[in-house]
Design a protein around this ligand. Sequence first.
Ligand SMILES: Nc1ncnc2c1ncn2[C@@H]1O[C@H](COP(=O)(O)OP(=O)(O)O)[C@@H](O)[C@H]1O
Ligand SMILES: [Mg+2]
Length: 238
Amino acid sequence: MSEATLVVAGVTAGYGDAPVLREVSVTAAAGTITAVLGANGAGKTTLLRAIDGSLKLSAGRVVLDGTELSGRRPEEVSRAGVAHVPEGQGVISELTVAENLRLGLLLRPRADRAAALSDIYERFAVLAKRRNLPASTLSGGERQMLVIARALATRPRVLLLDEPSLGLAPKIVSEVLDLIRRLKDEIGLTIVLVEQNARSALAIADTGLVLNLGTVVVTAPAGQLAADEALRRHYLGF
Ligand SMILES: Nc1ncnc2c1ncn2[C@@H]1O[C@H](COP(=O)(O)OP(=O)(O)O)[C@@H](O)[C@H]1O
Ligand SMILES: [Mg+2]
């Protein structure tokens, strides 16, 4: 699968008159994990919405490997290879695991769907085992795996993840983050990982970006941010 560099350049965007994001710039290099950190309300989710086409930008651009995404509709951004896993576990409990996954395959050509599904079952043994059970029978961690798997079914090049560890027990958090790291290592996905759990996110990220009140405080190699005590205390809470 080809690797893709995502560039956010000078993006200003919000929900009405007052901008939430102000001139936010970040480059998510191909095949890396960029952790987007910051307090509640900092603008992390808004940044993912600015990337995935659901918010109109008042300034700036979003570019994927030279192709401009800004100004395109969410379906077009998705077709260009960007998958967004929103916050909260958007699994449909009444449907089986397989049916949930098939929803992720609707955008793919019919002929590719069976192969895509078997790829997923190969990577996610738990989902394969439970494919015919209702999603309501899955644990919190398994549901998070299911929404990530469903996003992968579209064969994205860029994966946007909004707080995938939210509400999970610590042991499950590390399983989910480990999965995210493997998606980078094994598929070469470019990943933008929004997390409140800054310590864990920086442990698997290549680059960290700290947002505060909609502006970028700092962008630096993840190890450097994790080692900066003042920054950790002020913005990262660990
Ligand atoms: N749909 C919305 N309409 C208006 N304001 C919003 C909406 N969603 C978020 N906001 C505001 O935008 C700011 C950033 O929110 P958000 O991006 O969700 O932050 P984070 O994900 O970092 O917690 C907050 O002040 C929030 O109140
Ligand atoms: Mg959020």
